[in-house]
Design a protein around this ligand. Structure first.
Ligand code: MTE
Length: 320
């Protein structure tokens, strides 16, 4: 969610995570050696180390992947929105270490024949198709290309046998102010909630991500399990999910509830519908630097061929 315009992303080369982390460890060790961190010197502004990071074996790119160059691991894991850990872009990478992602269980209920719970280990081993790297364009008021590791949300939903009454799917993030210090303040109506229409949820481009850059998700990116819906603005992609519910009625969605005139339930990327406070015709690409200029935003974030038919006959100015 954009409260302030992004301003301070330096242009950065595409660096694999392991190399970047080693570089950071070296910088931090040097800084500690010089006493800079302890004394509140220049380097105290450095965010904390990235978390997560266990390699995931046997990965192959999904045919749905774009061949555009990915945003660097550094930017993907440090320029985040995760209000449970603070409202500034660098807060989640600094603060999200307090999130405990094992054990982790997702409850699935509502309009389905087999409600129940599924543990994260079963999710990680139970949906092991080979083509699990989804390099997808993701857009907020800025854009990134992220090599997610994930699987179609529909594969998980089918296991719980949704009934014909299931028209929507609702999602909820963990609510635990002890682990998520941002929840001690009423900046949002906690827990964070999102929802999709059933056909959107079953679309093969809608994935549950368990990793990025070939490794388990860093906490700040929504470990251990988050949604990614690449043709919708980033706020639909709810993080650290603990509950999924099939519903007959449109479920509540956090930003839509908070500011309904600014954030619609659908949140499809649409350059023709301005946000009340800014145009959505163009966006900045993270990692290209401040002087690179903005790019044209494409309808449905460039995925129109695959998803526009889901909305045929709908007035997308009304259902924005
Ligand atoms: N999920 C939760 N639980 N809390 C949040 O604050 N922010 C959303 C979305 N999911 C958010 C969330 C927004 S506004 C964006 S743009 C994306 O997460 C950012 O995902 P990223 O940090 O992995 O890029």
């Amino acid at each position: 969610m954009l409260i302030k315009p992004p301003s301070d992303i330096a242009s950065s080369e595409i660096t694999p995570p392991a190399i970047w982390k080693r570089r950071r460890e070296f910088i931090q060790a040097s800084a500690a050696g010089l006493g800079l961190i302890a004394t509140g010197g220049l380097l105290t502004a450095l965010p904390g180390p990235a978390v997560g990071g266990e390699a995931i074996p046997n990965l192959k790119p999904s045919p749905l992947s774009t061949d555009e160059p990915p945003t660097s691991f550094k930017d993907v894991s440090r320029y985040n929105n995760f209000y449970e850990f603070g409202t500034e872009k660098y807060d989640p990478s600094t603060n999200a270490q307090t999130l405990r992602t094992r054990p982790w269980t997702v409850a699935v209920d509502g309009e389905c024949e087999s409600p129940g719970e599924i543990g994260i280990e079963d999710i990680l081993t139970g949906f092991t198709q080979e083509e699990r790297i989804y390099r997808l364009r993701c857009v907020e008021a800025w854009a990134m290309v992220v090599p997610w590791v994930g699987f179609p949300l529909g594969d998980l939903l089918q296991r719980f046998k949704p009934t014909s009454k299931a028209r929507y799917v609702a999602f909820e993030t963990l609510h635990d102010p002890e682990q998520m210090p941002g929840q001690r303040r009423a900046v949002l109506d906690w827990p964070y909630r999102e929802g999709l229409r059933m056909d959107e949820a079953m679309h093969p481009l809608t994935i549950l991500a368990t990793g990025l850059y070939g490794e388990l998700l860093p906490n700040q990116n929504g470990a251990p399990l988050r949604l990614v819906v690449p043709w919708k603005y980033g706020f639909k992609s709810i993080k650290s999910i603990v509950r999924i519910r099939f519903t007959e009625q449109e479920p509540p969605a956090t930003w839509n509830r908070m500011q309904p005139n600014e954030y619609g339930f659908y949140a499809n990327v649409n350059p023709e519908v301005d946000h009340p406070r800014w145009s959505q015709k163009r966006h900045r690409v993270i990692g290209e630097g401040l002087f690179a200029g903005k790019r044209e935003t494409l309808p449905f974030n460039g995925y129109a061929d695959q998803v526009a038919s889901l909305y045929s006959g709908m007035d997308l100015r009304r259902f924005f």
